[in-house]
Write a new protein. Structure first.
Length: 138
């Protein structure tokens, strides 16, 4: 059985004009078009270097890392300052490198203080807690 084909311009992370059909989508700026072009080139390079299928690379964590790295490169080349995706240079080609920022972010999220550790009492928090329904109590 052959692998299903994907649209040629598909990226793991969408960077396109979008509309729900009510209005015409706003066209992408030139820098966003360049970012898409760089990301598509990064996909081809990663797929070639790892000798994997296009679909396999696109749907992998390293494919997402390649896309975000290309976005970093394109927006920096356009002189846009501000936030960026903190990824090691080898993340588009090594799974461990692509996973590292996610593991670090997960550890950061896990260390966020809970409302009860900030001094809110349980009676206040009980109004917002999720309580699953008991079977047969509908």
């Amino acid at each position: 059985m052959s692998e299903p084909t994907l649209p040629a311009g598909r990226l793991p992370i969408k960077l396109d004009a979008t509309s729900n059909g009510e209005f015409e989508p706003v066209p992408l700026e030139a820098v966003a078009l360049y970012a898409r072009e760089r990301a598509l080139a990064a996909m081809a390079e990663g797929q070639r270097r790892l000798a994997t299928s296009r679909r396999g690379y696109l749907t992998s964590l390293i494919g997402a890392a390649a896309t975000l790295s290309a976005f970093n490169e394109a927006f920096a080349a356009a002189g846009q300052r501000g936030g960026h995706y903190a990824l090691p240079k080898e993340s588009p080609f090594e799974l461990a490198s692509a996973w590292l920022p996610i593991a670090a972010a997960t550890a950061t999220i896990a260390s966020v203080p809970t409302p009860t550790s900030r001094g809110l009492d349980n009676s206040f928090m009980s109004r917002f807690s999720f309580r699953p329904a008991r079977p047969g109590s509908e």
